[in-house]
Design a protein around this ligand. Structure first.
Ligand code: RB5
Length: 150
């Protein structure tokens, strides 16, 4: 599996930890930055992660800012992105089982490293359940199509 990872300055420390977690799990990491603590704008990095996932360059994405809120707002503007801002392992797991989330969003100033590492491991390992949940995702896709038609 290939995962695109992006963050702003508020997510940098956690991104570095989680890139290690992903690599240890045998995941190929596409690091989209940022790479230092200079203040940057999270939409720029959301765009890189979203485009990697929607183009198929990456199978999934991981995005981190201070709270995760800005990243999730920006990411979910992209048709085909299902970005889930999660706060614990339960929501990370359910975002896969019920929502087929293709991007996990975390708050670098919210989560401890061990909690975040466990969330990422569970998010990677949990399959989408399909069934009644697929019907709901189809409705989201239809909303995207309606909006794109203008
Ligand atoms: C940056 O200071 C901060 O606003 C950003 O990381 C994020 O929390 C926005 O939602």
């Amino acid at each position: 599996m290939r995962v695109a990872v992006g963050c702003d300055h508020g997510g940098l420390a956690l991104k570095d930890v989680l890139c290690g977690v992903l690599k240890s799990a045998g995941v190929e990491v596409l690091d989209m930055g940022t790479g230092n603590e200079d203040s940057v704008d999270y939409p720029d990095f959301a765009a890189k992660v979203a485009r990697s996932v929607t183009s198929g360059d990456a199978d999934r994405g991981l995005a981190i800012c201070g709270t995760g809120i800005g990243m999730s707002i920006a990411l979910n503007k992209y048709p085909g992105v299902r970005a889930a801002l999660c706060h614990d392992s339960f929501t990370a797991r359910l975002s896969r089982q019920h929502n087929d989330a293709n991007i996990l969003v975390l708050g670098g100033r919210v989560l401890g490293q061990e909690v975040a590492a466990d969330m990422v491991k569970q998010w990677l390992a949990t399959p989408f359940e399909g069934g009644r949940h697929q019907k709901r995702l189809d409705k989201i896709t239809q909303i995207e199509r309606d909006i794109c038609k203008g």
